[in-house]
Unconditional design. Structure first.
Length: 388
């Protein structure tokens, strides 16, 4: 079993003439988009000049960087392998931008990574900020979120002066931004795009899928997700999806480092269908979006995220390093929070959670149904949510 780090090491001596650029090369560059390269290079703002990574970064420098939600062990290993690979020796960075704005409830980062015969514009997926994750869930009921608007402007500004062909890519929310931004371009700019990659990315609002701009770019969209996808099955992308083998399970399959690679072909290993769990969850989200209004979804998600942010939790990194008593304390905070909600909000929370769980049980295996049915009343009682 091999992943993208094994692939980079195995192909380190191969040029792109020996082994043409492929989907694994593209996902490797896309994963680098999660790293704060601009901050590391002390160039945190949008710029046109290209910086060759090998001229500024080395293994000794990388040893001092701490792991967190974005700077994972796998991504640092990937960067080290790329820096020592002849295949990626001329990789350069430009147009780096990174912005998290609680005021405007927006999380956005993008960059361009270039090789002599390949230019890739990368939209970063959700970072560790709760603002970023709140934005993700707002895609289910908003026609446009702030990061999508910013992505459209960023891509258009880049293509205005760019000559040649470009690949646009993103993982998770980044994949959604890649398609959204590509769909909102002038036709002359869309012609410069050779492909748009969505890696385990949520789909788009129906208003985007029915637009002329989307239909004009649709044939260039390549969607890839793991067999037990959880994020990539939220909303539809309107295109066929390549489902690939992955180790681990559940949300851990969202981590591209777990996707399995055929080292000889430079391709991810494809499987015929997703797991029962992923397919059940996909149908559940579809039903949830059909049965809850946009206003109900808004109240549900705002209430959920406000619970954490009102209690001083602004980042997923805030959850790391906690002592064993923290989960129990958080449970008490959640109980008190839901008790303080007015009757209408509590009734909506109950309706939303019941809809999600009941439809998931309906589409799941029989033993899952029995487990959910037996535990559900206790869950409602714990959070003091009305049974009716």
């Amino acid at each position: 079993m091999a992943n993208f780090i094994d692939y980079v090491n195995a192909t380190a001596g191969q040029s792109f003439e020996d082994l043409p650029l492929n989907e694994v090369d593209i996902v490797c560059l896309n994963e680098l988009g999660y790293l704060p390269l601009g901050e590391w290079l002390q160039e945190p703002y949008l710029r046109r000049e290209s910086l060759r990574l090998n001229d500024y970064l080395n293994e000794e420098m990388l040893a001092h960087f701490k792991h967190d939600f974005l700077v994972t062990k796998e991504r640092l290993l990937l960067l080290k392998s790329i820096l020592s690979s002849q295949r990626f020796a001329d990789l350069s960075l430009s147009y780096y931008v990174n912005e998290v704005s609680p005021e405007f409830e927006r999380q956005f980062a993008a960059m361009v990574l270039s090789l002599p015969k390949h230019t890739q514009l990368i939209f970063r997926g959700t970072d560790d900020s709760l603002i970023g994750w709140q934005e993700d869930f707002r895609m289910t009921y908003m026609r446009e979120i702030p990061a999508q608007r910013m992505a459209s402007r960023y891509l258009s500004d880049f293509l205005k002066d760019f000559e040649g062909s470009i690949v646009v890519s993103g993982h998770s929310k980044g994949g959604n931004l890649a398609v959204y931004a590509s769909s909102h371009l002038l036709s002359s700019y869309q012609e410069k795009i050779s492909a748009v990659y969505m890696f385990d990315a949520p789909g788009l609002h129906q208003s985007v899928l029915s637009s002329f701009g989307y239909r004009n770019i649709q044939s260039k969209i390549l969607a890839i997700r793991p067999k037990e996808s959880i994020v990539g099955i939220m909303l539809t992308a309107g295109v066929a999806v390549k489902i690939v083998d992955s180790v681990s399970f559940g949300i851990n399959q969202h981590n591209v480092a777990n996707w399995q690679v055929d080292l000889l072909l430079g391709q991810f290993i494809e499987v015929s269908k997703g797991t029962d769990f992923s397919r059940a969850l996909e149908k559940t989200f579809q039903t949830w979006n059909e049965e809850l209004s946009s206003q109900e979804l808004k109240i549900l998600f705002d209430t959920f995220f406000n619970l954490f942010m009102d209690n001083g939790i602004d980042s997923l990194n805030d959850f790391s390093g906690w002592n064993p008593d923290i989960p129990q304390k958080l449970g008490h905070v959640m109980t008190d929070y839901f008790q303080d909600l007015d009757d209408d909000k509590r009734r909506l929370m109950r309706k939303s959670l019941t809809t999600l769980v009941s439809h998931f049980a309906e589409h799941s295996l029989e033993n899952t149904k029995e487990s959910v049915s037996s535990q559900w009343p206790n869950f409602l009682k714990r959070f003091q949510l009305p049974l009716k």
